[in-house]
Design a protein around this ligand. Structure first.
Ligand code: CTP
Length: 409
């Protein structure tokens, strides 16, 4: 097998967006081959280098191999306002290789004075670090302490291996073999993108049921909890459709569809449910809508009193369960209650034929807040607590609990 065989790149790594960050060591020449192999395996690779590393391998080499211009400093930004943020946002994983002793110290200290360190600090995606240096440097307690700090903070450290070093010494300090670096990337990606291959549909916000062209009935739902569930699922690799009745700024990996009414929400969810593994109905669907919607604005002076007759809205969850009791689709509801939380949640779980329900107590003013708390009940009788946390943390806990129950991709 050729040392550059793209088949050596693990399936979980192929096709990913990877930022390769190169710092100044002799082993930078090996990273050129590694970039080439990743590209051949279908990865999209962008390279950023420290100024020192360009003395070992020039940007022209990485540009040629990756097919993209190489960024070397924070300030020659080719029209990108914040290149370090843009690169970290774009990448699904960062690989720092080789990582010099100096880079390890800077990362452990939280420095961000060049494009490489700033990108690592600004990134939310997993980071794999492959150190390479002289054996005497590698043996210093300062290096070991910095590495331990990075490991504790969740960086995946690969190598180095022992062998002949550029200095002529024999000892530990050689860049890890490519297969080990790929395995590190695979582990980091598998841990973070644990919903890869899953299709998730999420609803959010309070539906608006029109009275006339300027007035509507709605509720206090801000949409934040549903948006957090959608974003957490997307950040974990799922393909996400968010059907929201609330204003939404957007998020990488989330396909947002705006709706107004319960009927529109039903239609958008129904259209997006094909091949879905999970439906999470966080939306506060208006239970009633005006029986008649006036085509023109109701004038204040035209009526003495306004009698609004309301009719029941469609129950989206119940309707979808009736239409397609889809095999392989996990259906999850939310119950926001101000009293009798446990009993109401259990009743809704059964009545709407759900697999799970998230119950949250809205008596403490949850609407619009950044935090939430509650518990989850499952059809099989299981119950888990959701302690007070940010809505994003609660979304992660909900997905953690649902993951083992999802049908495989
Ligand atoms: N839901 C729905 N369609 C509706 C109302 C609610 O699909 N017309 C979903 C919500 O998105 C949520 C769950 O059902 O996931 C529970 O919503 P809730 O409003 O608490 O339930 P209701 O059946 O409306 O009960 P009630 O308002 O009487 O508490």
């Amino acid at each position: 097998m050729s040392p550059l065989d793209p088949a050596e790149v693990p399936a979980a790594v192929r096709g990913r967006r990877l930022a390769v960050l190169v710092s100044g060591g002799v082993a930078a020449y090996k990273v050129a081959d590694l970039v080439s192999q990743l590209v051949a395996a279908g990865c999209e690779v962008r390279v950023a280098q420290t100024a020192a590393s360009t003395r070992f391998v020039g940007p022209a080499t990485f540009h040629g191999l990756s097919g993209h211009p190489v960024q070397v400093d924070l300030w020659s930004n080719r029209g990108v306002a914040e290149p370090h943020v843009a690169l970290g946002d774009w990448a699904q994983a960062l690989l720092l290789a080789p990582a010099t002793a100096n880079q390890l110290a800077k990362l452990a200290g939280g420095h961000s004075d060049d494009l490489v360190t700033a990108t690592v600090l600004a990134a939310r995606c997993p980071v794999v670090v492959a150190p390479a240096m002289n054996d005497a440097m590698w043996e210093k307690p300062a290096v070991a302490a910095n590495l331990e700090t990075l490991r504790e903070r969740g960086f995946v450290i690969v190598g180095p291996e022992a062998g002949r070093l550029a200095s002529g010494h024999t000892g530990a300090g050689r860049l890890a073999p490519t297969a080990e670096i790929f395995a590190g990337l695979e582990a980091a990606i598998a841990a973070r993108y644990d919903l890869a291959g899953r299709r998730v549909v999420v609803t959010a916000g309070g539906t608006r049921e029109p009275i006339d062209p300027v007035r509507f009935i709605s509720n206090y739902s801000s949409g934040k909890m549903g948006h957090a569930v959608a974003e957490a699922a997307a950040d974990r690799g799922a393909s996400v459709l968010l059907v929201t009745a609330a204003p939404y700024a957007g998020h990488a990996g989330v396909e947002g569809v705006h709706v107004e009414t319960a009927q529109e929400m039903l239609e958008a969810v129904r259209a997006g449910l094909d091949a879905a593994h999970l439906l999470v109905m966080v939306a506060a669907v208006a239970d009633f809508r005006p029986a008649k919607q006036e085509a023109a604005k109701i004038r204040r002076e035209s009526v003495k009193e306004l009698d609004l007759r309301l009719e029941k809205n469609v129950d989206i969850l119940a309707e979808l369960a009736r239409e397609s009791p889809a095999e392989g689709l996990l259906r999850v509801g939310f119950a926001a209650e101000d009293a009798g939380l446990e009993a109401h949640a259990a009743e809704k779980l059964a009545r709407k034929k759900l697999d799970a329900i998230v119950a949250n107590d809205i008596s403490g003013g949850v609407f619009g807040s950044e935090e939430n708390a509650g518990f989850m009940l499952f059809r099989d009788g299981a119950r888990i607590d959701l302690p007070r946390s940010t809505k994003r943390e609660m979304a992660e806990r909900i997905l953690d609990a649902l993951k083992p129950r999802l049908a495989g991709p």
